[in-house]
Design a protein around this ligand. Structure first.
Ligand code: DC
Length: 278
């Protein structure tokens, strides 16, 4: 099976054990002539990348506005891996807190209700859909009231501990995964085979956000105001005592300021191919 086939079958499911059945033990090969010859062996000009029965964790961290989420989804799809959007878990916790009027300082109550919500993902949906209390929170978590407060809830240590534990459990069931967030390479999966830190200048991120608001909501925004907000949020994220945004020492930093989406995906794909080669 070539990589093209893997892309065409992005939902290739693994057995319940999380490992591919023997019939799924397939090598994913870089397409011939894709410029991969420098990377290694293969008499046909193809290079063995990794096998579909082999666990692999790829972490993608970085500040907001670097295109992390889109990039993570696209990369996971291209490689036939599952995707874990950890931001949606913090957003769901914040939505639950808002909807049940639990204030920021009531950590114990928050933890109780978040545990009782049995947060999970519906892996049959594409992308996987975050669920709590047996229903979808996919829409709710994108609403402005959640976005406005989620970073404050994400700063609660007990909540982070719970989420980190849940994320590690998810990876046990989905051992071939791209996990995206702020602390995935630094805290949650320090042993990840591939760690990416996506970055972009505050100017570029502000401009992208401005264009997105115009495109999606027809809202005109002052780019300077957005940049100031982004800089403040970065400072906040990096200064947080728990789960602070940091670039793991062994991460590859990819600055997306001058790259379009396809170029970022190609770059990440090359990094994975190089690092995850077996
Ligand atoms: O990526 P996002 O905007 O959906 O993230 C929502 C919030 O959760 C944001 O304030 C960052 C925070 N977050 C975090 O602290 N740790 C993660 N692993 C993921 C997100």
């Amino acid at each position: 099976m070539t990589l093209h086939d893997a892309i065409a079958r992005p939902n290739l499911r693994l057995s319940p054990s999380g490992l591919a059945s023997s019939s799924d033990v397939i090598e994913v090969m870089a397409p011939a002539g894709s410029g991969s010859a420098e990377a290694g062996s293969g008499s046909s000009g193809e290079v063995r990348v990794f096998r579909l029965d082999q666990p692999i964790v790829i972490t993608i961290d970085g500040p907001a506005g670097t295109g992390k989420s889109t990039v993570a989804h696209r990369l996971a799809r291209r490689l036939g891996l599952d995707i874990l959007d950890t931001g949606s878990m913090y957003r769901t916790a914040a939505a639950i807190a808002i909807d049940n009027t639990i204030d920021l300082e009531h950590h114990k109550r928050l933890l109780e209700i978040v545990r009782a919500a049995h947060m999970t993902f519906n892996w049959k949906a594409q992308p996987p859909e975050i669920m709590a209390f047996g229903k979808s929170y996919a829409r709710r978590i994108r609403e402005p009231d959640v976005t406005a407060v989620v970073s404050q809830y994400a700063g609660i240590r007990e909540l982070r501990d719970l989420m980190v534990g849940m994320q590690r459990e998810i990876a046990k069931d989905h051992p071939r995964i791209v996990s995206e967030g702020r602390d995935q390479g630094s805290v949650v999966f320090p042993q990840a085979q591939v760690k990416i830190y996506l970055d972009a200048s505050a100017d570029v991120r502000a401009r992208r956000r401005c264009e997105q608001l115009k495109r999606e909501q027809n809202v005109e925004t002052d780019v300077n105001k957005l940049r100031t907000e982004i800089e403040a949020r970065d400072a906040n994220d990096k200064a947080r005592p728990f789960g602070a945004l940091t670039c793991p020492k062994d991460a590859t930093v990819v600055d997306t300021s001058e790259l379009d989406l396809d170029q970022v995906i190609d770059k990440l794909y090359d990094i994975v191919r190089e690092k995850a080669r077996v």
